[in-house]
Ligand binder design. Structure first.
Ligand code: NAD
Ligand code: SF4
Length: 441
């Protein structure tokens, strides 16, 4: 059974409220942290090996150490709670059930970074959660864990919750900062990174909800103990939101030493695929990472088992970077149609493109149109090559990663499931009434 660090008290009745959270040992890590210097806490975070849980997996301690500290300029911590990646709902769970874990993590992090005013930017669709967070902030303030002169240390910290308007692009950190400043959420060119020029051009650290919540157990058990959990550069525990064709969708805390097969089929996690259907493919880290067919998902190209961690989900020649992504684990059984699925994603990215870069604005639209045509049985064989060409022209040619995220699912679908695209084109009548999966199994 995986060790629980973040969700260990999630089942405790009333844990959402300060009194119960405190009874369970809550704010103990903050008390411990305030007896340390910011430099000592930063060292613990570095030693822990914690990697950003929003999707990119960038080392949190390193990001914090990049924060510029010009004399007299305020610095900020901004928590990215704009969780919008299709298939991802772990931060929602944390904020809804354990709001004080996030507040405590923010308090410690703000102390390290020297942020006296910190923000939570939350996606608009999570409409009921800001009230939960604001109530927790008020409770923490009443207990002396926020506000002026916290625990008599002379450190002041206020936390504000800002609701987003429901745009996927506002989860991209620089678009988020623009939105927080009251402007349209258009991504900025990087560098400069927010650590140097962020909110109102001030040095800013933007971290995901889960990354900041993980600071609490790191201080509790020490960075060295945290680093012993997991494997390689995949230290600590990771929240995975699992959905799609599985018996037990939900949010699971794993220690990154389990295999993908165990995660899908064991009763402790997804509990297998309903109706004894076969596994066709999976998107292991939210829709921004490519789809992986079952044969490559359960085993690496060398025949080794594939593990649920940053390293094991990174090789195999089907992805650049890590496939852990945002931890949104989407399972597709044999009945699913990859062309239909890819078209749905293409429609999403086209709708969510901010429109600043031509390859993304135009390319996402063209990919959606071509996929729609193929899916409806109105495509030609050369459309598959055209689709490949369009996605190639987007990748690497845009301001922000939305362009790549739109291109990769299309590239992976063609690379691994070309036969399904060809079936739709060769069987126009059938493809209007059935999908590839149902027609074949
Ligand atoms: P990134 O690799 O550009 O950056 C990662 C983080 O490291 C950023 O905070 C960045 O500012 C910082 N950083 C990198 N190099 C730095 C440097 N030299 N100096 C200072 N800071 C530096 O990736 P990203 O754009 O932040 O995230 C992309 C990922 O987001 C994708 O892989 C995808 O999985 C994920 N994503 C998640 C969601 C979600 O809902 N959780 C939605 C969409 C995408
Ligand atoms: Fe906007 Fe797309 Fe360019 Fe990102 S890649 S800045 S979403 S147009």
């Amino acid at each position: 059974m995986s060790k629980k660090l973040l969700l260990k008290d999630a089942h405790v009745e009333g844990i959402r409220y300060f009194e119960t959270y405190r009874k369970q040992g809550g704010y103990g890590a903050a008390e411990k942290a305030f007896k340390m210097t910011p430099e000592e806490i930063l060292e613990e975070v570095k030693v822990s090996g914690l990697r950003g849980r929003g999707g990119a997996g960038f080392p949190t301690g390193m990001k914090w150490s990049f924060l510029a500290k010009p004399e007299g300029v305020p610095r900020h911590l901004v928590v990215n709670a704009d969780e919008s990646e299709p298939g991802t709902f772990k931060d929602r769970y944390l904020m809804e059930y354990l709001p004080h874990l996030l507040i405590e993590g923010m308090l410690i992090s703000s102390f390290v970074l020297g942020s006296n005013v910190s923000y939570i930017y939350i996606r608009g669709e999570y409409s009921w959660i800001p009230d939960i967070l604001e109530e927790a902030i008020e409770e923490a303030k009443a207990a002396g864990f926020l506000g002026k002169n916290i625990l008599g240390t002379g450190f002041d910290c206020e936390i504000y919750v800002q609701r987003g308007g429901g745009a996927y692009i506002c989860g991209e950190e620089t678009a988020l900062l623009e939105s927080l400043e009251g402007k349209r959420g258009n991504p900025r060119l990087k560098p400069p990174f927010p650590a140097v020029k962020g909110l109102w051009e001030r040095p800013t650290v933007v971290n995901n909800v889960e990354s900041i919540a993980a600071i609490v157990p790191i201080i509790d058990i020490t960075g060295a103990e945290y680093a012993k959990i997991g494997v390689g550069r995949s230290t600590g525990t990771k929240l995975i939101s699992a959905c799609g064709n599985i018996n037990k969708p939900g949010v699971y805390e794993i220690d990154m030493t389990i295999t993908v097969e165990e995660f899908i089929y064991s009763d402790e996690y997804c509990g297998g695929i309903p109706n004894g259907k076969k596994l066709k493919a999976c998107i292991p880290g939210g829709s921004s990472v490519p789809i992986v067919p079952a044969n490559l998902l359960l085993k690496t190209v060398n025949g080794e088992p594939r593990y649920m961690n940053y390293e094991s989900l990174a090789d195999g020649g089907f992805a650049t970077g890590t496939m852990m992504g945002s931890g949104g684990f989407i399972v597709l059984d044999e009945d699913q149609c990859i062309v239909e699925h890819t078209m749905t994603l293409a429609r999403f990215y086209h709708h969510e493109s901010c429109g600043q870069c031509t390859p993304c604005r135009e390319g996402t639209g063209w990919m959606h149109k071509i996929l729609k045509k193929i899916e409806k049985g109105e495509g030609k064989m050369e459309d598959i090559d055209l689709l490949w060409d369009v996605q190639r022209k987007i990748e690497g040619n845009t301001i922000c990663p939305l362009g790549d995220a739109a291109a990769w699912p299309v590239a992976a679908a063609i690379r691994h499931f070309r036969d399904e695209f060809e079936w739709h084109i060769k069987n126009p009548e059938l493809s209007q009434t059935q999908n590839y999966g149902l027609a074949h199994y």
